[in-house]
Design a protein around this ligand. Structure first.
Ligand SMILES: *Cc1c(COP(=O)(O)O)cnc(C)c1O
Length: 398
C-alpha cells in the first residue's frame, strides 16, 4: 500500500478525533523514525513523551518477545511473575509504598481521584472537593476532564463532576483562597506539559505541600509526562523535595507498551481502596509489567538521570541561542528533556516545515514548540535538531 492509501484507510474507518500529520510511520531505529517511503525523521516527540529508550532497543524487545512467548495476559484474579516486580521497581524509583497498574494515564488519574475520595470517606472527614490548576491537562474521561482546565475540551461534555475549582498555577494565594473544609485533594503537574511546558516554582511546590500537610489534604502529582527521568530526576517532585500522597505515572514507564500507574504512600493505602473499590482487566498484565520492569532496569543501570542532565543542559544552551538569534522565539521553558520554546505566533507552520525537513516536533497549546525526545538522544542529535530549527526559523514568512 502507498502512504496515501494508508491515510485513506485510516480516515475512512476511524472516528475523526485527530487531525493527523500527513505522514505514515512504518518503523523506528534508535532516535529516528521512517515513513512508508523510507524518509527518515529525527524524533523529538517520542510519541508524546513515551518512547524514552527510542526504537529497537534490543534488550527491551527481547524481554517483551520472551514474555509474549510465555504469557501475555492473566487478569488480576491470579498472581503473575512480572506484576509484583514491576510494582517494586516503581516503588523504588518513586518513593511511594503501594502501586495500582492501569492501561493509560487517564485511567491512572481516575484511580487517583477515586483513591482520594475513598480516603476522605473512610476517615469520615466529609471532604470530597478537588483543587486543580489552570492550564492543567489530566486526560479526557469524565473524571480526568473535570480536573482539566481547557474550555474547548470541557464545554461539550458538561456537566462534569461537581466540586472542582481551579487555582492559578504558581500562585499560592490563589490556592489558599480555594481551600475549604471540604477539600479532599489538590492535583497538579509539577511541569505542565499540554499547558505549555510551565514549570512550578520551588516555593509553589513546597507551599502546596505545606498547605496539604496543615489542612489534611492529599497531594496528587500528575507525573505522566514530566516523570520518568525527563527532568533528570526519576520524578519531578523529587527535584522539588516534595513527596506527594499519590503519584500518577504513565507515558514513558512502559516504553510504548500501554502502561499507567498510580502509587500512594502507606498512610493513604491503609485508608483507601479495598477489594471491590476499583479494578481493571488488563492493568498490570504480564506483558505490560515486563516492559515496565525492563524499562526501569535499563534506566537505572545506564544512569539515565546523569545522561538526561548532561544532554538536557546542552539542549537548554542551544535553545537559549535560538531565543537570542530569532525575534520570533520569545522564550525557552522547562528543564532536562522536557523543554519548549514559545513563539510570538502559532507554532503550526514551523512544525509543518520541520516535518518536511525530517524533524518531528509537536506543540503545547498553540504557540509553544514542545521538545520531549527519546531520553537516549545524544548532543549530536540536539545539534541536528537545532540545525533544522535554524533553517525553518530563518524563513520568517509565517
Ligand atoms: C498524556 C497525559 C495524560 C493522559 O494520559 P493518557 O495515557 O493519554 O490517557 C494525563 N496527564 C498528563 C500530564 C499527560 O501528559
Amino acid at each position: 500500500m502507498t502512504a496515501n492509501e494508508y491515510m485513506q484507510v485510516t480516515d475512512s474507518n476511524l472516528v475523526h478525533t485527530y487531525n493527523r500529520f500527513p505522514v505514515t510511520l512504518d518503523r523506528g531505529e534508535g532516535v529516528y523514525l521512517y515513513d512508508t517511503d523510507g524518509k527518515k525523521y529525527l524524533d523529538f516527540a517520542a510519541g508524546i513523551a513515551v518512547s524514552g529508550l527510542g526504537y529497537g532497543n534490543e534488550e527491551l524487545n527481547n524481554a517483551l518477545k520472551g514474555q509474549i512467548d510465555k504469557l501475555m495476559h492473566s487478569s488480576n484474579l491470579y498472581y503473575n511473575t512480572t506484576c509484583g516486580k514491576a510494582a517494586g521497581a516503581l516503588k523504588r524509583i518513586s518513593g511511594m509504598d503501594r502501586v495500582f497498574f492501569t492501561n493509560s494515564g487517564t485511567e491512572a488519574i481516575e484511580g487517583a481521584l477515586k483513591a482520594a475520595r475513598k480516603y476522605a470517606w473512610k476517615k469520615k472527614t466529609g471532604r470530597y472537593e478537588y483543587i486543580a490548576m489552570k492550564d492543567s491537562f489530566h486526560g479526557r474521561s469524565m473524571g480526568a476532564l473535570s480536573v482539566t482546565e481547557h474550555e474547548a475540551y470541557r464545554t461539550p461534555f458538561e456537566p462534569l463532576i461537581p466540586g472542582v475549582s481551579f487555582a492559578e498555577f504558581n500562585n499560592l494565594d490563589s490556592v489558599k483562597r480555594l481551600v475549604t473544609d471540604k477539600t479532599c485533594a489538590i492535583i497538579l503537574e509539577p511541569i505542565q506539559g499540554e499547558g505549555g511546558i510551565n514549570m512550578a516554582s520551588r516555593e509553589f511546590m513546597r507551599g502546596i505541600q505545606e498547605i496539604c500537610d496543615k489542612e489534611g489534604i492529599l497531594l496528587i502529582c500528575d507525573e505522566i509526562q514530566c516523570g520518568m527521568v525527563r527532568t533528570g530526576e526519576m520524578f519531578a517532585c523529587q527535584a522539588y523535595g516534595v513527596r506527594p500522597d499519590i503519584l500518577v505515572m504513565a507515558k514513558a514507564i512502559g516504553s510504548g507498551v500501554p502502561a499507567g500507574a498510580f502509587a500512594m504512600t502507606k498512610a493513604v493505602a491503609e485508608y483507601s481502596l479495598e477489594p471491590g473499590d476499583h479494578g481493571t482487566t488488563y492493568g498490570g498484565n504480564p506483558l505490560v509489567c515486563a516492559a515496565v520492569e525492563k524499562t526501569i532496569e535499563i534506566f537505572e543501570r545506564e544512569d539515565m538521570k546523569a545522561h538526561v542532565r548532561e544532554v538536557g543542559a546542552y539542549l537548554s544552551e542551544q535553545l537559549n541561542e535560538l531565543v537570542k538569534t530569532y525575534d520570533v522565539v520569545v522564550e525557552r521553558r522547562g528543564t532536562g528533556l522536557i523543554q519548549g520554546i514559545r513563539l510570538s505566533h502559532p507554532a503550526g507552520k514551523v512544525i509543518q516545515r520541520a516535518l518536511e525537513e525530517g524533524l518531528l516536533i509537536i506543540s503545547a497549546r498553540s504557540d509553544v514548540i514542545r521538545l520531549v525526545p527519546p531520553l537516549v538522544i545524544e548532543k549530536e542529535h540536539v545539534d541536528e535538531m537545532i540545525d533544522v530549527m535554524r533553517r525553518v526559523l530563518a524563513y520568517q514568512s509565517f
